[in-house]
Design a protein around this ligand. Structure first.
Ligand code: FES
Length: 88
């Protein structure tokens, strides 16, 4: 069964598919706005809070230690491992 990704602020729930390289692509494809710049996990612009669930991130260079405490993730390099809820 496909994993579900809920974008809380946008009030949308969409299904994850492996055709997407990362959560930013999934958001863009569904007209959900997440600001981005480097799209490579470095600048931190896309930083979004993970409200629940787990993701895998290729890189976390764009996150500060306090971001990790606040459960921030970088959608441009993250893929969901479970159903997730994002603050976006
Ligand atoms: S857009 Fe730069 S870290 Fe995601």
């Amino acid at each position: 069964m496909a994993l579900k990704v809920r974008f809380k602020k946008s009030g949308r729930t969409v299904e994850w598919s492996d055709i997407y390289a990362n959560l930013l692509e999934l958001a863009e494809d569904n007209d959900i706005e997440i600001e981005s710049e480097c799209e490579a996990g470095v600048c931190g612009t896309c930083k979004t809070r993970l409200i629940s669930g787990r993701v895998d991130m290729e890189l976390t260079d764009g996150l500060e230690p306090e971001d990790e405490e606040e459960n921030m993730i970088l959608p441009c390099v993250a893929v969901p491992v479970t159903d997730i809820v994002l603050d976006a």
